[in-house]
Design a protein around this ligand. Structure first.
Ligand code: MN
Length: 217
């Protein structure tokens, strides 16, 4: 009898430590007309799910890493076993980047930006417009797939840059605040090759309350 309980507990533990797709905090239609429902559904339920599945598959060979969340894995990527580093970088990065992306978007369009956020952006970029222009340039100017980021570095300074593929700012010790997904899967159905239009639309659906939480925290 004790044996069966132990087996059951083990299975439960394993299941709960697997990485899972976080539910989208709004409907697939909620960001229309800026982000269309079909893109949102495919992006969340297929693309993000695949990153989660492939991360779990790669980690299944390393039960010693089961208790680490994806943020810890990325922050310590250089100390991980060599055979999982690429999977953590690509699929762990994909999982973490998309988990943040869903949270910094909001169905409440054109949210007011608080004084706290404006002051933080003014301090490091001169003005909100200079910040916005820099992040848009990083997004539109990035060659190929990747992300444009607003991050907080280890000195507490806000900075903008882009990363290729699913590379996470966490791998270089920076804390991501806002990310714009510039993979074609994020916009091609609605905007085709017009990445700049998609990036322009992004600003209407930013969850500035969440951004504030991340800047202050
Ligand atoms: Mn994506």
């Amino acid at each position: 009898m004790w044996y069966n309980i132990e087996v059951c507990l083990h299975i439960v533990t394993r299941k709960t430590t697997m990485h899972t797709l976080p539910p989208l905090p709004y409907d697939y239609t909620a960001l229309e007309p800026y982000f269309d429902a079909q893109t949102m559904e495919l992006h969340h339920s297929k693309h993000h799910q695949t990153y989660v599945d492939k991360l779990n598959e790669a980690l299944s060979k390393h039960p010693e890493l089961e208790s680490n969340d994806v943020l810890e894995l990325l922050a310590n990527i250089n100390n991980l076993p060599g055979d999982v580093q690429t999977a953590v970088r690509n699929h762990g990065g994909g999982h973490a980047n998309h988990s943040l992306f869903w949270q910094i978007l909001s169905p409440e369009k054109d949210q007011l930006i608080s004084q706290a956020v404006l002051q933080a952006l003014d301090a490091d970029f001169g003005s909100f417009d200079q910040f916005k222009t820099a992040l848009m340039q990083a997004a539109v100017g990035h060659f190929g797939s990747g992300w444009a980021w607003l991050v907080k570095n280890q000195q507490g300074k806000l900075t903008i840059y882009s990363t290729p593929n699913q590379d996470s700012p966490l791998m270089s010790g920076d804390r991501p605040i806002m990310g714009i997904d510039i993979w074609e899967h994020a916009y091609y159905l609605q905007y085709q090759n017009r990445r700049a239009e998609y990036v322009e639309a992004f600003w209407h659906v930013v969850n500035w309350n969440k951004v504030e939480e991340l800047i202050v925290g």
